[in-house]
Design a protein around this ligand. Structure first.
Ligand code: SF4
Ligand code: SF4
Length: 247
């Protein structure tokens, strides 16, 4: 069972409106060494597979065959995830550049934006694990432009609820790769199967590997509150999260 696909024009508009990988953020990623690539799961939104295949000039089945796996949730919903191998199939292992930058997975494009779902509402925030989150102007870029762009996608709250089950966890990709039948073929994993491969101690943890940060990177201050609609950025005790009503 699949959620109704979002029409391609929404994804095209998203990519026109927001780019998360600027030359500056890319330098942080290069120093980091792609920690998210080796620890996190990349999930495609409903219809994103079709959009990415179209832009890549492939049929949906060719695209799935080369790049994706399926995650099967308990209620039978199927989610598209980037192939569960040690390093995303779009990752250039030499430069750590993404080879699908023009049509990159939305959740990759907006990262370090993350989300939580409470009582049917999606709340966007910043994942402080990512070194990009340590620079205030990057936080502003993602929290202002990134959240605004992703909020315009008509993603059903059910999708966010499913993805929230595993999106902030870390996974043992070498073990996942050893477990799978064939790294060159799509495979369906149940959520229960996937969760067996959670990693507690991180490999490639950027915050252990790359101290000290470059001079332009400031230490994360948990008391900085970034309100999504305000031009000025007040300091305050409560971290805020932007809330949107999914359509
Ligand atoms: S964890 Fe953050 S800095 Fe590191 S590669 Fe991922 S997005 Fe870039
Ligand atoms: S699609 Fe690109 S940004 Fe996303 S995990 Fe793969 S290489 Fe990284």
């Amino acid at each position: 069972m699949r959620l109704s696909p979002i029409p391609s024009n929404y994804f095209a508009e998203f990519h026109r409106n927001f780019r998360g990988d600027t030359p500056e953020t890319f330098r942080v990623c290069a120093d980091c060494g792609g920690a998210c690539e080796f620890n996190k799961i990349g999930t495609l939104m409903p219809g994103e597979r079709e959009y990415m295949a179209e832009v890549a000039g492939l049929s949906v089945s060719e695209f799935s065959e080369r790049f994706l796996d399926i995650l099967l949730m308990e209620d039978g919903t199927e989610l598209d995830v980037l192939r569960l191998i040690n390093g995303c199939p779009f990752l250039d292992r030499g430069t750590f550049e993404c080879n699908c930058r023009e049509y990159k997975v939305v959740l990759c494009e907006i990262y370090p934006i993350d989300f939580q779902v409470h009582e049917g509402h999606v709340h966007f925030g910043i994942d402080d694990w990512c070194p990009i989150a340590d620079t205030l102007r990057f936080r502003r870029l993602f929290l202002e432009t990134g959240v605004s762009a992703v909020s315009k996608l008509p993603v059903p709250v059910e999708w966010y609820q499913h993805v929230a089950r595993y999106d902030d966890l870390y996974f043992d990709y070498p073990a996942l790769e050893a477990y799978r039948t064939d790294r060159a073929k799509p495979q369906t994993f149940t959520l229960e199967e996937l969760l067996r491969f959670q990693r507690a101690g991180l490999e490639h943890d950027p915050k252990e590997r790359f101290h000290p940060y470059p001079a332009e990177v400031i230490a994360y201050q948990p008391l900085v509150t970034i309100a999504s609609t305000s031009a000025s950025r007040p300091l305050g005790p409560e971290p805020s999260r932007e809330e949107v009503e999914p359509r």
